[in-house]
Design a protein. Structure first.
Length: 268
């Protein structure tokens, strides 16, 4: 077992409960994105044991973080929303140099790669973060569980793409509060329904990403970099309105940058 993935999974899990921040982006920061996609695709091959050793600690870390930090992140987003997003803003900006280095952009990018990068920026930056989150669904029917299943499916497909937040998809679909509430009280029916949808979505999307990484690696990285840059515009909630707030935002932004730098030093 690659138990180092336990802490990696926890970092990914914390980001996954924040609308606007992608677990895929964190996987890129940690330098495990390619390996993650390959491992998910390798579950159904003869080498499945090796991939399971990679995925189990990662999955445990993600699950532990989601269950442990969902209430904390909810509190932070409710009481210190802008400051929280400034931290993730610093984290995301801090990863961009690693992405360019990983793709060797200076030597490999051509005009078509620049177009893909710009396309990624446009696609993500057009997504509004400030949408109605909906309320907790109290009365549940078969259609409710179908909605939750497909919400998990589409959210996980987004979750595995850097720059696209799975939590944001849940917000758009109006089930974010319902799912976070279910996690906080350990509602097993909802957790299982959404969990199955997430598992199927991750397997499906990873196959698509694996194909493009294998056959169009530089083009895929160009598009991913665009998605990551575009996510900056999604989670930016505005400038500080008074001096003490400005100081706070600068500090948490710097902590986010430093976190990206330290993770990069550890992982690369």
């Amino acid at each position: 077992m690659e138990w180092k993935n336990l802490y990696r999974g926890m970092v990914m899990g914390i980001s996954d409960v924040v609308p606007g921040v992608s677990g895929g982006t964190i996987a890129v920061i940690l330098g495990i994105y390619d390996q993650l996609i390959a491992a998910i695709n390798g579950i159904f091959t003869r080498e499945w044991k090796n991939h399971i050793r990679f995925l189990i600690p990662l999955g445990l870390g993600i699950g532990l973080a989601i269950f442990s930090f969902s209430r904390v992140m909810n509190w932070l987003l409710e009481h210190h929303e802008q400051a929280t997003y400034y931290f993730f803003l610093g984290l995301i900006i801090g990863i961009i140099p690693y992405l360019f280095r990983e793709s060797d952009a200076r030597n490999t990018f051509k005009w078509q790669h620049i177009l893909l990068l710009v396309l990624g920026i446009i696609l993500i930056s057009l997504l509004p973060l400030d949408v109605e989150e909906g309320s907790v669904i109290e009365h549940r029917t078969l259609s409710t569980y179908l909605l939750l299943f497909f919400s998990g499916f589409f959210a996980s497909a987004a979750m595995i793409l850097p720059g696209i937040s799975g939590s944001f998809i849940l917000v758009v679909l109006g089930v974010y509060k319902t799912i976070i509430h279910a996690v906080s009280i350990f509602d097993i029916k909802i957790i299982l329904t959404v969990g199955i949808g997430i598992a199927l979505g991750i397997v499906t999307m990873s196959k698509i990403i694996h194909y493009f990484l294998s056959n169009y690696r530089i083009a895929t990285f160009a598009f991913i970099i665009g998605l990551v840059i575009g996510s900056i515009f999604v989670i930016f909630l505005g400038w500080a309105t008074h001096f003490p707030q400005l100081i706070l935002f600068i500090i948490v932004f710097a902590v986010g940058l430093l976190t990206a730098y330290m993770l990069g030093k550890v992982e690369y």
